[in-house]
Structure formats: C-alpha cells, structure tokens
Design a protein around this ligand. Structure first.
Ligand SMILES: [Zn+2]
Length: 444
C-alpha cells in the first residue's frame, strides 16, 4: 500500500493520540494541577568527563500538553537547572495522589500547546571510569518503581513513544565501543550519535559503552525467514565465556521464535551475557545464558509484538513470555489462580511478580480453552501482525482477544487477574528474579 502525505500525517497524529490516551488522569496538588504530557522528541547530549570522572546530560525535549497545568515527567537524579521555553523553572518530586509512585513536576503552570524543556542533570548510576576509558550502561529493571530510562535521563512514562537521539561526547577518551539497539554514527573517535526508532518508550532502548576490548564479543548474521540478514552482536562479562556456544544458543533461540511467531521484529540483535536472570529491550537483552530464550521472546512480547502501556499491563508480556518459554503448556483447571496483576493503581509503573506464576498459568488455560482454534499462539500471531510496537493496556488486550475468539473474556480476566488472592500483592516473586540497577553495576 502506498501512503499519501496526508494519510501519513493522519497516521502519525493518530499514533500520538493513541499514546496519550494511555496517560493516567491529571490530579490536584498543593501547588496546582499536575498534568501528564506528550513528549514529541528528546535530544540527549551526554558527556563523560575523564578529569572529574563524572557523567552528565543536557537534554532538550519538546512536549505537548492539552490542558493548563504543571507538567509531570520523571528524572531520578536531581537536575542542576531547567529552562522551559527559555525561562528558568524549578522542579520537585511529587507522589501520585495514592502514593503509588513518584514523579518530577515542573513548578510552573503552562498553557496548552507545544513547549521546549532544556535540562542539565548528572548521570549517577551505571558509570565507572578507569585508566583506559569509561564503562556506562543504562540498564533497566521493570519489577520495581522508577528503574527505567528515568534512572539516568529525563523521560516520560512508559505509555509514550517518541524519537530519542543520543549525542555522546567522550572528550579525551578515544577508545570507546558502543553496544546499542539504535543506529550509531561515529563522528569522531570520541563522538557518536545514536538514533532510536520513534516507536521506542522509556523501557525500549539499550545503551552500553565500554573501552574497546573490555569484553569478549562475537558478531555474526542471523538469516531471518523473510530474507533479511540481521546483524547480531554477542558479548559477555566473563573472559572465559565460550562465544561459540553463546552464538549457537542465540541462533537456536531466534530460529525457534521465528518458527513460532514469524519474522524477527527488529533490525539488529544485541546480547550481553552477564549475571543471573535477565532484562529485555527491543532486539536486545542483558541476560544469563539460561534466561536467554525468555529474554529474546520478549522481543516479540513487551518489546515488539505489543508493548506494555503501563504497570498494569506488564503482567501480560511476562505471563505470555514465561508460558511460551516454558513449553507453551495447556491447563484445564485454574481454580486457584487468583491475582490482582492487572487492577492495581492507575499510576502503577512496574510489573506484578505474580505474572511469572499465576499469569503463566492463566495463559496456559487460555491455550487449553482455545485449543480447537489454534490455541493461544493463533491469537498471538495475529496480535503481532496488527499491533507490533503498539503500547497496550490489559483492557485493550482483553477486547482484542475476545474479538479474535468471538467470546467475551472480560469476566474470566476479572476473576483471575483483577482479584486480590490469598497471597496478597506481589507475594510471588519470580524464580529468576531480575537484578536491581545497583546489582548490575558490577558488570560495567
Ligand atoms: Zn520476562
């Protein structure tokens, strides 16, 4: 299909609108009305200073607001200064009305429309200088609050997709390697630009830099079933890692996933073998070898086929990925499967731990229930075709799966995924528990 310019503009407008419809409700604070914003574009100028051994960012963000109020975004480090439309403003941290989470708020009431924010802020986590360069990584953890991009850079919440560009300046350090799921252009030995797709959210991007030679690595090609030659880079924290074994595992996993769910959805694959458990990014992962297939499955579910629009949707991709990775079983009986994975505060920003157990069991039941219709995979394959890179809520997922199987499944979801069970909130932490950002520092 050939799109006209007007239909492209309409399409982009619709995507932006669909995104913003996932924002939580604005709320009153003692200073004024706190409102959510729609980021259009973010340019992050990131500097690593070998003299002071500090990293910092000057971020320029264009955002839109549709009502008057004090915009919310997030940035965990305290910024050194902020300009809005060229004028100095102050920010503070503020809790959501139910104290579910914390945001950063601009303490100035702005009018509806487009605004530009310029922020200087330190990057405190995930940075380690050595004699030969700097190691720095923006690794995430989606099982706790405020551990996505906002740990490092000013960012919107996970509902929002926007174009992000990194401008990296390593000053006198000229021996840096970049591992990323964006497109890297080397300007000088110490300067790089990374452009990320417009579909990315605060949980999508993968960025790690280290002195050249810091890790054993292997580059190779994955021949996709749709004819693309997809470049893969694998690297490992341990110098004794067998890169050939790692390569074989990656290829086996990708071949299995393509056979089940169709062509890989990303243009590159980046795999860092380190630590226990793992974390998923778009076409990338930091993972143990044992969690590799689970994390690459997320490139279809969470970081590709559909994306979580909020913390109440995160259970869906964990449940589907765990179910798929652990044998895509069928389960007739789910009488004990009761959890509130989907119905927490609308301000919730992280995944409920029951997804790995009760969520997986729930997906196994759907697979059993619809076995004569091709099982759960039939719906998932359709979802990948219609909703790749679309942020989605649990409620939207329920409408789509009900429509696919021509049966209203809302009461089934309500009973098993919106009801507080005997174990209480988050009692079932995953077997392969993910590392916190602090714990990941040792792999820099
Ligand atoms: Zn997972």
């Amino acid at each position: 299909m050939k799109l006209t310019l007007m239909s492209v503009i309409l399409l982009i407008t619709n995507i932006a609108h669909a995104n913003f419809s996932h924002a939580p409700k604005s709320f009153k604070t003692k200073d004024g009305q706190a409102i959510f914003s729609d980021f259009q574009k973010a340019d992050y100028n990131i500097s690593y200073n070998p003299q002071t051994k500090k990293a910092s960012a000057r971020s320029i963000i264009t955002f839109q607001i549709t009502e008057s109020g004090m915009p919310l975004f997030d940035l965990v480090p305290t910024p050194t200064n902020i300009l809005i439309d060229g004028e100095s403003v102050v920010t503070n941290t503020i809790k959501s009305i139910d104290s579910e989470t914390t945001y950063r708020i601009i303490l100035k009431t702005l009018s509806p429309g487009l605004h530009t924010m310029e922020i200087n802020s330190p990057i405190n986590e995930g940075v380690s200088f050595s004699d030969i360069g700097v190691s720095s990584a923006f690794w995430f953890n989606d099982l706790d609050d405020r551990q996505l991009l906002e740990s490092y850079l000013p960012s919107n919440l996970e509902f929002d997709q926007y174009k992000m560009t990194f401008h990296l300046d390593f000053q006198t350090l000229s021996n840096q390697k970049i591992y990323t799921n964006g497109i890297t252009t080397k300007l000088e030995n110490n300067q790089f630009v990374i452009e990320f797709p417009e579909t990315y959210t605060s949980s999508s991007l993968y960025f790690h830099t280290a002195p050249i030679g810091r890790y054993p690595e292997k580059s190779f090609i994955f021949p996709s079933i749709n004819g693309r030659n997809i470049p893969v880079i694998a690297y490992a924290s341990s110098t004794s890692s067998n890169m050939e074994t790692i390569k074989k595992s990656i290829l086996k996993s990708l071949e299995g996933l393509e056979a089940q769910y169709g062509p890989f959805l990303h243009n590159t694959v980046t795999v860092f073998i380190a630590g226990s458990g793992g974390m998923e990014y778009c076409g990338a992962t930091m993972t143990s070898l044992s969690a590799l297939n689970h994390e690459l499955t997320h490139s279809y579910f969470a970081r590709g086929g559909f994306m979580p629009a909020n913390g109440n949707a995160g259970w869906l991709d964990e449940a589907i990925t765990s179910w798929s990775d652990e044998g895509a079983t069928s389960r007739p009986d789910i009488s004990g499967v009761i959890s509130n994975m989907a119905g927490n505060s609308e301000y919730r920003r992280y995944t409920h731990g029951d997804a790995y157990t009760y969520g997986k069991a729930f997906m196994a039941h759907l697979n059993y229930k619809f076995q004569s219709n091709g099982g759960l995979a039939a719906f998932l394959n359709q979802l990948i075709l219609t909703d790749a890179f679309n942020p989605m809520t649990t409620e939207e997922f329920i409408r789509k799966i009900s429509s696919f199987y021509s049966e209203d499944l809302s009461s089934l979801f309500k009973k098993h995924t919106y009801t507080r069970g005997v174990n209480g909130p988050d009692s079932q932490r995953p077997v392969h528990m993910k590392m916190t950002i602090k714990e990941m520092q040792e792999f820099l």
